[in-house]
Every structure is written in C-alpha cells, then in structure tokens.
Write a protein that binds this ligand. Sequence first.
Ligand code: NAP
Ligand code: 8YV
Length: 316
Amino acid sequence: MHDLLLIGGITSEMRARLERRFRIHALNMLDDDALSALGGQITHVATNGHDGVPARVMAALPNLQMVACYGVGYDAIDTDSCVARGIPVSHTPDVLNAEVATTAVMLMLACYRNLVSDDAYVRAGRWAQEGSAPLSRSADRRKVGLVGMGRIGQEIARKLSVFDAEISYHSRTPKDVPYQYCPNLVDMAQEADVLIVITPGGAATRHLVNGRVLDALGPEGTLINVARGSVVDEEALVAALQEGRLGWAGLDVFEAEPQVPEALLGMSNVVLLPHAGSATVETRRAMGALVVDNLLAHLDDGTLLTPVPECRHLLP
Ligand code: NAP
Ligand code: 8YV
C-alpha cells in the first residue's frame, strides 16, 4: 500500500478503485502538525484544477513521486517546482472536450435568446401581467471569435457549425484548422459578434481579454468565458457591462472563485455558472477514471497515460 494525499473531492467510484492500492489521507482533515507528521509517507497527490498543490503542502512532502490533476487545466499546480523535484504531473485532456464545448455553446445561446431572463419573467408572473417578454436576438449565423483553438476550442467550433457560425480564432501560433487565424486579438474582437475564451489560465494569459478587447467587442457584443477567470480582466468586464460598452456575458469561471462580483448578480444580460463546464455525471466519471488510471500506471511501471507536456521528459 502507498499513501495518497487527497486535495479536494473525488467520486465514490474513484475512491473505491484507489482504496485497493492506496491509504487515502484527505488534506482537509489534517492540521499543520498532522501534515508534517504524515508528510514523509506520502508518495502521490490527487488534486484538481482549482486547489492545485499549495507550496506549504509541497514542502511538507519530501518523498512525493507524482501529482494527478482531476481536470485538464493545471495552472493551479506549480509544474516548475514539480519538474525541478523530478515529480511528474498528469491531467485529464480530451475526455471533457465535448462537455465543455456544450457549456460554451449553451452560454452563448442563453445570452442570445434571453434564456435566463425569460425564465425569470415567466416565474415572476410578468407574462400574464405584462404580456410577451421583449424580443431576443438570433444566435444563428454569428461571427464567433475563439480565443484559443486547442482541443476544446476545436470542439466548440465544430458544434457551432450547426448554427452556421463564421469562425475565426486567436492563439499564439496558427493551427491546422479551416478557420481564419487572427494574430491580433483586438482586431478579432472588432470583427466578432461573440468572443469565446478557451485558453489555459496562468501568468501567460492573465488579463489577455482586457478593457481594449472588450471595447472592441462593443455594445452589441457577447463575451463567453469557459477558460479561467484570470484570462479576463473582471473589473474591466464589470465596468464595460455596467456602462453599456459590452452587451452580454456568459461566464462559467471567475477570478476569485467561488466569489462572484456582486455587481454581476443583478444584471439581466449576464448568465452565470458555478464553474460547471465539465460537471456532468458522465464526464466526471470519465475524468475520474483517467485520474485513477494515471495513478495506477505510475504505481505499476512509473509511466503516465496523460502527462502534462512540461514533465514528459521525466517519464520512461
Ligand atoms: P489546449 O488544447 O492546450 O488548447 C489551448 C489553446 O489556447 C491553444 O490553442 C493555445 O494555442 C492557446 N493559447 C495558449 N496560451 C495562449 C496565449 N498566451 N495566448 C493566446 N492563446 C493561447 O487546451 P484545452 O484542452 O483546449 O483546454 C483549454 C483550457 O480550458 C484549460 O487549460 C482550462 O483552463 C479550461 N477548461 C475549463 C473548464 C471549465 O470547467 N470551465 C473545463 C476544461 C478546461 P497556442 O499555444 O498556439 O497559443
Ligand atoms: C474542473 C476544469 O472542474 O478541467 C478543467 O480544467 O476547469 C474543470 O473540468 C476543474 O479542474 C476542477 O476539478
């Protein structure tokens, strides 16, 4: 048996498989003394894209051999420190592409068709009292700019073909895809009806979508963010929505989760989700299976099925 430190939650299916090979220790049940007493025994960590592995926890685990992330985005994990210590990190790419793409499309449709505000209109009895709700806008044939054209971005583009979207994209390098590449994000925002943000988080993308990008998108424009809260300058976003310089926003992620800016809560032109992009039973099952498969592969022969790119050179 090995000792696994668990940061955040796992499903009962994951726990059942892991318990056959690991003694599981939940970080939230350990105070600092208990963590330092146990730290030397821990060989594996299972965490998620939100909690990562705090520096004080890394420092308390001198014999750590591997970190498994329950999510594709691993910006919360200090991979440089892991690599410097020879510790490989796994994540869960691809198995959530379709789900997160559905979430992005769902947010876009909800913004265009007033889904949430019309629902509130009916529930408040306003249909019967005041008559039909204001007209919404068509989501068909829109110019959609994807900020990020990786695994999930490509799936979003594919799903949007049903709505006859005209797709362009921005990333640091062009991809082998049949969409227009825009090296300049402000120029892309100027042309687009909708921006959908689906890059990794972290320092390289912090506030990539800033006030200039939002102003270029404009009062008729819609911003969808299913990437990380850090990619969008949230203060600039709130100000742009409040001042009518941006039309609509559909947000799954926020800068200080689970805190959501108070100002957004009262806006009817905003749709808010609790970082639920991949949060279905089916997709979490697939992600959970991949987390466990990576941990067991590492125990069996030191390999990982889906290592993060930065640590591939550490593996056999
Ligand atoms: P991926 O395949 O690595 O694609 C990332 C894309 O972002 C690539 O097109 C990349 O192109 C671009 N990019 C990276 N850095 C950039 C930068 N500095 N400026 C502009 N573009 C940049 O990743 P993925 O699997 O599609 O996942 C993307 C992200 O979605 C994850 O990292 C995670 O943060 C987020 N996510 C959120 C949820 C949710 O629940 N809301 C669920 C899953 C994933 P270049 O490298 O050429 O720039
Ligand atoms: C998870 C995500 O909810 O995969 C990601 O990058 O953001 C989501 O699928 C997150 O990792 C927390 O587990």
